[in-house]
Design a protein around this ligand. Structure first.
Ligand code: NDP
Ligand code: 8X3
Length: 251
């Protein structure tokens, strides 16, 4: 039986990824800050599928907590076949001069440093087995910069660069590294970005068929289940109505 660790499994892509892998018989380590949601998902997955689930509650920004909890994994959970670094967020959509330093700190600490802490804690288990697959969730914001995207785009460009670096440095250890870069997808992403303003969030997703979390889960599963000698390195996926960050065709 294989094991996946998904960060940010309490919502959106992460929840759909955990559910898809569980439905295919994978044991799941799920993480996030919202404990009740982790408990709910644990109950749903174990009740619905014949799999084991380990829920770990931590903020990926908290270096000590991340390292402590992941280095102390029970032995039966140390064989992690796939790590999906998914936890992340955008905060605000303000011009460089108007944006908040606090928002910038949180995005950098979560999207960049959090991904590094989790990877650093899990990679030794993979090196020990000479096998493993890291799948980083980037964004089309990591391929192009758009107006008022400044630091969110910078963090996702960092995810792009870190994925390339991991692929090079972890090559001798036979660890695959895949970066998946989605375009607009209807999750809690925009409600978080606009700090609870539902109207502003809904406006992002009107007038076209956006991606849904299940699309990203299916792609992640496909990437994770290719033969051992095949690795998708970099994958950009947008709604058909979206050509790039700046070009969206709304009806
Ligand atoms: P959601 O807001 O639905 O999910 C985000 C997940 O990340 C939640 O489970 C949340 O869990 C977790 N998370 C956020 N901050 C932290 C933290 N500090 N510590 C631990 N977990 C955290 O958004 P999405 O599913 O859309 O986002 C998932 C990833 O996809 C993000 O990296 C995002 O940047 C990226 N992305 C999203 C796109 C979109 O259009 N939706 C497009 C391209 C990329 P909790 O709050 O419980 O901690
Ligand atoms: C999320 C997609 O275009 O809002 O990363 O940055 S976008």
């Amino acid at each position: 039986m294989k094991t996946i660790l998904v960060t940010g499994a309490t919502s959106g892509f992460g929840k759909a990824i955990a559910t898809t892998f569980a439905s295919n018989g994978w044991n799941c380590i799920i993480t996030g800050r919202r404990k009740e949601r982790l408990q709910e998902l644990t109950e749903t997955l174990t009740r619905t599928y014949d799999v084991k689930v380990l829920a770990l509650c931590f903020d990926v920004q908290n270096r000590e907590d991340v390292i402590e909890q992941l280095q102390a994994l029970p032995e039966e959970w140390q064989q992690i076949d796939v790590l999906v670094n998914n936890a992340g967020l955008a905060l605000g959509r303000d011009s460089f001069d108007n944006a908040s330093l606090d928002d910038w700190d949180i995005m950098i600490d979560t999207n960049v440093k959090g991904l590094l802490y989790v990877s650093k804690a899990i990679v030794p288990y993979m090196i020990e087995r000479k096998a493993g697959h890291i799948i980083n969730i980037g964004s089309i914001a990591g391929k192009e910069v758009y107006p008022n995207g400044n630091v969110y785009c910078a963090t996702k460009h960092a995810v792009d660069a870190i994925s390339k670096a991991q692929r090079i440095d972890l090559l001798p250890h036979r660890i695959k590294v895949t970066a998946i870069h989605p375009g607009a997808a209807d999750t809690e992403f925009s409600v978080v970005r606009f700090k609870g303003n539902q109207e502003q969030a809904d406006n992002v997703y009107t007038g076209y068929q956006q991606l849904v979390a299940q699309d990203i889960a299916a792609i992640t599963y496909y990437c994770a289940t290719l033969p051992p000698h095949v690795c998708i390195n970099d994958l950009v996926v947008t709604p058909t109505a979206q050509a790039n960050s700046l070009t969206l065709h709304k009806e």
